[in-house]
Ligand binder design. Structure first.
Ligand code: FES
Length: 106
């Protein structure tokens, strides 16, 4: 499977056959600008991404914990997700996301 990641500058990176379990881990392994400070337990908000419209409805729904964390992000949009809460699977082949400003190191 492939995952397309646009960084905060709009540069596209295609992650080919990521071995990571979650999208956040795959983005990290790709060396992209993501802090993911809490390591994946939905408690920091620094793995924030915007999911391409076509993909947003195909993901598992946002949990209450994730929603509460996203509420704290100034740059939340309707298609915001925490990438640590998105588990990668073959069905997500072609998933396209953009790293939110609040995900980066600055
Ligand atoms: S890595 Fe901290 S909320 Fe996702």
């Amino acid at each position: 499977m492939k995952v397309m990641i646009y960084d905060q500058e709009g540069t596209l990176t295609v992650l080919d056959e990521p071995s990571a379990k979650t999208l956040m881990q795959a983005i990290r392994e790709g060396g992209l600008n993501i802090t993911a400070q809490c390591g994946g337990c939905a408690s920091c908000g620094t793995c924030h991404v915007y999911v391409d419209e076509a993909w947003f409805a195909r993901l598992e729904p946002v949990s209450e914990t994730e929603d509460a964390m996203l509420e704290l992000a100034e740059d939340r949009k309707e298609n915001s997700r925490l990438s640590c809460q998105i588990e990668l699977s073959a069905e997500l082949d072609g998933l396209t996301v953009t790293l939110a400003p609040s995900a980066g190191f600055g």
